[in-house]
Ligand binder design. Structure first.
Ligand code: ZN
Ligand code: ZN
Length: 157
């Protein structure tokens, strides 16, 4: 970045030939920098360093312990596993998580429906009870009338 800023500043003073050479040189350097063997960029603070051995590097700037080959933190989930294995495990975990959420949802739905059903049954039972009591009261009323009538009949005889 610094180089291209300088280049922009001096550009007007240079001949086209020199400028072309300089620009080509800057581009080559940029490519070379990008090609440094084992260049690792810290995912958290963008600090770059070249790491040529080991599975992880510890960022000198923010102390993040990062996998050398992928942007993940190199923790017990990554230890002694390839990045592909970790990716695979992450997908597995995600799927398990989704399955569990789905099962919980189903369970909740079932419980709600079950509760609603029980409430409905309780209401229905209450209604039946009231109905039966009314029926019983009615029968007793009829019985009383009946007895009254019989008594009156007896009196007539
Ligand atoms: Zn860092
Ligand atoms: Zn990795």
């Amino acid at each position: 970045m610094l180089k291209s800023a300088i280049l922009d500043e001096v550009r007007v003073h240079l001949s086209q030939g020199v400028l072309t050479l300089l620009e080509a040189r800057c581009m080559n350097e940029a490519i070379a920098a990008a090609d440094i063997e084992g260049l690792v960029t810290c995912e958290s603070c963008n600090f770059q360093s070249a790491v040529t051995n080991g599975d992880y590097f510890i960022c000198p700037s923010c102390e993040r312990k990062q996998c050398r080959f992928c942007p993940r933190i190199y923790d017990e989930n990554h230890f002694a596993k390839t990045c592909d294995q970790v990716t695979h495990e992450e997908h597995e975990r995600e799927r398990e998580e989704q399955d569990r959420e789905y099962a919980e949802l189903l369970q909740e739905k079932y419980e709600k429906e079950h509760e609603a059903e029980q409430r409905k049954q309780r209401v229905e039972q209450e209604r039946l009870k009231v109905e039966q009591e009314r029926h019983k009261a009615e029968q007793e009323r009829i019985k009383a009338i009946d007895e009254d009538l019989r008594r009156k009949e007896k009196n007539i005889k």
